[in-house]
Write a protein that binds this ligand. Structure first.
Ligand code: NAD
Length: 250
């Protein structure tokens, strides 16, 4: 018995990194999962990697254009058609930014907001339509960031977008509580993904030394928080932004 038995989840940005770990954790715990990616080839690769772990996993891939409400609705409907329902949406896709203020173009700033904020809104809207039609509640979890609480010294679009994710989380939680739709967020600190692996030791080592729990987070740390918030153990939790950061706060 898994704690997500019978549940169906859609996870955006699930072809690698944190999203892939969330999809894997949900599958291990009994959920049926649709992984979202922007390109069919990366979705196919992620599906193959999951099938190597367990070829019986109930997992499918979808490729919504996260800037297009019609594309999102059509791709989410494929999940309902294949798996019969939808219970959980994980809004995890995101892009980071390190651009200094004077180097930003309006277009670059807007692009970060489009994927990190607008897409969270559009996917939540599409999932809410399905949840309301089913009439049995639902669960939305957003991947925020610790910089959505403290800011960061460059790339201001990124923390700004994560502050907005927290605002959307709290507001949708209040708006959707009457429908028994819970909305929460997980705020990772520094997580060991490809992005972090690409940084030189001279940046990484001081970063790790500054984390009170003495290590970087692993994608599985975030997946565990997602699992808890998606499960019935969290049935009385909504509007929370849960830090998963090893206490690495300025
Ligand atoms: P990643 O770059 O490995 O994965 C990001 C995912 O988002 C990928 O699957 C990518 O395909 C998807 N994505 C990006 N742009 C997209 C678009 N336009 N359309 C569709 N999908 C798109 O990064 P990650 O570290 O796994 O990040 C996942 C989430 O965690 C992001 O929201 C990120 O902001 C957040 N986060 C990461 C860290 C960290 O240290 N890695 C810390 C805090 C928050």
């Amino acid at each position: 018995m898994g704690i997500l038995d019978g549940k169906v989840a859609i996870i955006t940005g699930a072809t690698r990194g944190i999203g892939f770990a969330i999809a894997h954790e949900f599958l291990e715990n009994g959920a049926k999962v649709a992984i979202c990616g922007s390109r069919p080839e990366t979705v196919e690769r992620a599906l193959s990697e999951l099938q190597v772990i367990d070829e019986g996993y109930p997992v499918m891939g979808i490729t919504p254009d996260l800037s297009d409400p019609d594309s999102i609705a059509a791709e989410f409907q494929k999940v309902v058609d294949a798996f019969g329902r939808l219970d959980i949406l994980g809004n995890n896709a995101g892009v980071s930014s390190r651009t200094p203020i004077l180097d930003y173009t309006a277009d670059e700033f807007r692009k970060v907001m489009e994927i990190n904020v607008d897409a969270v809104f559009l996917c939540s809207q599409a999932a809410t339509r399905i949840f309301r039609e089913q009439g049995e509640g639902g669960c939305i979890i957003n991947t925020s960031s610790m910089v959505g609480r403290y800011g960061q010294p460059s790339g201001s679009a990124y923390p700004t977008s994560k502050f907005a994710v927290n605002g959307l989380t709290l507001s949708l939680a209040r708006e959707l509580a009457k429908d028994h739709i819970r909305v929460n967020a997980v705020a990772p600190g520094v997580i060991h993904t490809d992005m972090v692996d690409a940084l030189p030791d001279s940046i990484i080592q001081p970063l790790i030394a500054s984390i009170p729990l003495g290590r970087m987070g692993e994608p599985s740390d975030i997946a565990n928080a997602y699992l808890f918030l998606a499960s019935d153990m969290a049935s009385y939790i909504s509007g929370a932004v849960l830090p998963v950061d090893g206490l690495s706060r300025p």
